[in-house]
Design a protein around this ligand. Structure first.
Ligand SMILES: [Zn+2]
Length: 209
C-alpha cells in the first residue's frame, strides 16, 4: 500500500517582503521576472496570481488604473498581453517590453483592477492582426541587438535601437532577411495563442456594475 504524503501548500502571501511588494491589481506579492534591460526603467517583476508585470517599482492601484486608461482606444482598452504565447516564448525579447511601459497587463489583471472602481470586464477579444505583428516582432527581437526595430520602423511602435551604428545596420538587415521566416513561425504561434485566449494583443471592453 502506498502512502500519500500530505501536500504542503505555501500561501503566496508568505513570499511578501521588501523584494516582493504587493501587486497593484490583486495584492499578491510580485516576484522577480527579468533583470535590468536597456530601454527599461528597471528590473521587471510579475504577479503569479493575476499575471500583471511591473517595470521598476510598483506605484499602487491608482497609478495602474491611470496607465490602463491611457491604453483606451475609443470604446476599448488595448493591451499587449503579458499572458500571451508570444510573451511566454519571447521572455526578455517580448515586444511588449516597450520603453514607456511600466505596467504589463493581462486580462485577469485588468479584471482585478477595474473591479476597484466598480467596473467589470464585459468582453475581451483577440486582435489577430496586431497580435501577429507583436509575435512576429518578438521573434525578430531574439536575433537583433535592439528591440522592436521592425515595428518601430513600420508602425511607430516605441523601439530601443542598438547602441552601436554597426549593430543597427545588422539589425536592419536581419529584420529584412528574416521577416518571412519569422512570419512563418509567428502565424501558428499567434493562432494557437489567440484561440485559447492567449493572443498577443487583446481588446477589452469594461462597463460599470
Ligand atoms: Zn496580481
Amino acid at each position: 500500500m502506498s502512502q500519500v504524503e500530505p501536500t504542503h501548500v505555501v500561501p503566496l502571501e508568505a513570499g511578501a517582503g521588501p523584494d516582493n511588494p504587493p501587486c497593484p491589481a490583486c495584492g499578491e506579492p510580485l516576484f522577480g521576472w527579468l533583470g535590468e534591460k536597456r530601454g527599461l526603467a528597471g528590473p521587471v517583476r510579475r504577479c503569479e496570481s493575476c499575471g500583471l508585470g511591473i517595470v521598476g517599482e510598483p506605484a499602487g492601484p491608482d497609478e495602474a488604473l491611470r496607465a490602463l486608461d491611457r491604453l483606451r482606444d475609443e470604446e476599448t482598452i488595448r493591451i499587449e498581453n503579458r499572458a500571451g504565447f508570444g510573451c511566454s516564448l519571447g521572455g526578455g525579447g517580448w515586444s511588449g517590453l516597450q520603453p514607456e511601459a511600466h505596467h504589463l497587463f493581462t486580462v485577469e489583471s485588468v479584471r482585478r483592477l477595474v473591479a476597484r472602481r466598480d467596473q467589470v470586464v464585459k468582453s475581451s477579444r483577440w486582435a489577430p492582426g496586431a497580435g501577429l505583428a507583436a509575435t512576429w516582432q518578438t521573434l525578430l527581437n531574439s536575433v537583433t541587438f535592439g528591440r522592436n526595430v521592425a515595428l518601430g520602423a513600420l508602425r511607430e511602435m516605441p523601439a530601443v535601437p542598438a547602441a552601436e551604428p554597426w549593430q543597427r545596420r545588422i539589425d536592419a538587415l536581419a529584420s529584412i532577411v528574416l521577416a518571412i521566416p519569422a512570419l512563418l513561425v509567428a502565424i501558428p504561434v499567434e493562432l494557437a495563442g489567440g484561440l485559447i485566449g492567449r493572443g498577443g494583443v487583446i481588446r477589452i471592453r469594461v462597463e460599470l456594475f
